[in-house]
Each structure stands twice: as structure tokens, then as C-alpha cells.
Design a protein around this ligand. Structure first.
Ligand SMILES: [Zn+2]
Ligand SMILES: [Zn+2]
Length: 272
């Protein structure tokens, strides 16, 4: 399982020299496994992934699995270059709780006027939406199993768990810890994961002032890693004001408490 972080920022893209090393694009993770390509979330990081895929590959077939529809997780959709090719086939998996019962109209609001100059019907690519219910399992392709778990967030949001070739990845952002039932559900979903990717918008020190904002802390990520037995923890959804130097300092603090936890940087590829 090969995992590439195309965007690790939360809430809104960050730009400028202070954000160059960890990157400013919002959440987008590419997972290559069992000969398939999965994309987790379509934040602004999706744009650079699309440019790479467009340059490399004709007949792109990919599964985009969305945790939820907050703008920082779908803002890359209109700028995914493979959508402008007729040989692209994209299946978008979105939670029924967030996309509703229609054909993904809420999702495609960013792909039609007035938010975008043209309607998605004008795109040459074949794009279909498949709805899942948070908690559901599905097999997007042979050899790949996906399960989901409802998270605690402002609005519906789901953790996405990918299993293939004996490897397991758990992607859990955006989540506010503190609800015992939701935390237990997430720990069970992450059980024994080879890689846990977790919402570290805040620190434990900052968090009391932001209760109810729907996010978690890197320290809670460490606690979840221990509780779930996950082997490696990648901390993501960095606050857009968190500079590279600040993330370095948090990374050092995390390394003192855990050998296998790090703050993820845009552009990183891991062989899981
Ligand atoms: Zn977010
Ligand atoms: Zn969100």
C-alpha cells in the first residue's frame, strides 16, 4: 500500500514562506493498493494530484472517497485536470448523511454556476456518485475493502478505513474527541491499523477554547494510537495559522512521547 499526502492542511489553504515545508494545500491523500487508485478527500491538494495523473496516464480510473463535504475537503474538485478528459472514469463515494438522497447535487455545487463558470455536465469525464452510509462497508474494487465509521463533527463526517494486501489504513479527520461512544467507535475502526491518519488541528492546551469546533489534538492522536494499537500515526489537518517552525516544535514534542508519530508534510509518500 503506497500512500501520498497531497494536502495536509485543514480549514483553508495556507500560503507563504512560513508554510512552505509542510505545505498549504487542504486534505487529499492518494492510496495505491491492489492495482487500484483511491483518493481520500478532494481538498486543494487534489489539483496537484490531478496534474500528475494527467501527465502520466490515459484512461484514468479512480475512486474518490469523501469523508464529508466541508469546503476544505472538496474545494479541489473543480480543478482536477483529469475531469477535462473523456477517458477519465471517476466514481465518487460520499456519505448519504452529507450528500443527501439526490444524485450528489450538494457535492456538485462547487462545479456549477454561480460558484464555478460551467456546469459539471460540460465536463468530458465520466463522473458517477455512489452513496454510502456512515458505518457501511463496501468493496470499491477487487482486493480492496473499505469500511467507514461516523465521527463526531459539526455535520456528518466519516472515518475511512482501507484494507488491501494485508495492510490497513485508517483516515480519521475531522473528529472532535470527548464523546465516549464516538471515540470507542473510532478506536475499534482503527484497531491494529498499519497507518492512522488523524486530525491534529489543535493542541491539548488550545483545545478547551475550541470545544464544539469539531476537531481534535495531536495528544489525543497519541492516546488513540495507544488505545487502537495502530502502528504508525500521521498527524494532519494542520491549522492554517500553524507555521513550519511551530509544526517542527510540535513534532519534537510528539517524538519525545512516541517513536512512531509524526506531523505529515505535503508531498510525502509512505510505503505501508
Ligand atoms: Zn476539515
Ligand atoms: Zn469538516
Amino acid at each position: 500500500m503506497r500512500v501520498t499526502f497531497w494536502g495536509v492542511r485543514g480549514t483553508f489553504p495556507a500560503t507563504g514562506a512560513d508554510f512552505a515545508r509542510y505545505g498549504g494545500d487542504t486534505m487529499c491523500i492518494e492510496v495505491e493498493c491492489a492495482g487500484e487508485r483511491l483518493i481520500l478527500d478532494a481538498g486543494s491538494g487534489l489539483r496537484a494530484l490531478g496534474a500528475k495523473l494527467n501527465a502520466q496516464k490515459a484512461d484514468l480510473e479512480a475512486h474518490l472517497i469523501l469523508s464529508h463535504l466541508h469546503l476544505d475537503h472538496i474545494m479541489g474538485l473543480p480543478h482536477f485536470a483529469p475531469f477535462w478528459r473523456s477517458d477519465t472514469r471517476m466514481l465518487i463515494h460520499a456519505a448519504e448523511e452529507s450528500v443527501g438522497h439526490d444524485d450528489g447535487e450538494a457535492l456538485f455545487s462547487v462545479l456549477r454556476p454561480p460558484l464555478f463558470p460551467m456546469d459539471r455536465g460540460a465536463l468530458p469525464a465520466s463522473i458517477a456518485v455512489r452513496r454510502y452510509q456512515a458505518g457501511a462497508r463496501f468493496a470499491p474494487a477487487a482486493g480492496v475493502r473499505v469500511s467507514t465509521a461516523a465521527l463526531s463533527h459539526n455535520g456528518a463526517c466519516a472515518a475511512i478505513i482501507v484494507e488491501a494486501g494485508g495492510r490497513k489504513l485508517c483516515y480519521a479527520t475531522d473528529h472532535e474527541h470527548g464523546d465516549a461512544e464516538a471515540d470507542s467507535r473510532l478506536a475499534a475502526a482503527a484497531d491494529g491499523a498499519d497507518l492512522l491518519i488523524y486530525d491534529s488541528t489543535f493542541t491539548d492546551g488550545e483545545w478547551p477554547a475550541y470545544r464544539g469546533w469539531g476537531h481534535s489534538t495531536w495528544e489525543e492522536g497519541l492516546r488513540l494510537k495507544r488505545r487502537s494499537g495502530a502502528k504508525l500515526l500521521a498527524l494532519v489537518h494542520h491549522d492554517p495559522d500553524r507555521t513550519d517552525n511551530a509544526l517542527d516544535a510540535l513534532g519534537e514534542a510528539a517524538a519525545k512521547r512516541c517513536d512512531n508519530a509524526f506531523f505529515a508534510r505535503q508531498g510525502l509518500t509512505l510505503e505501508v
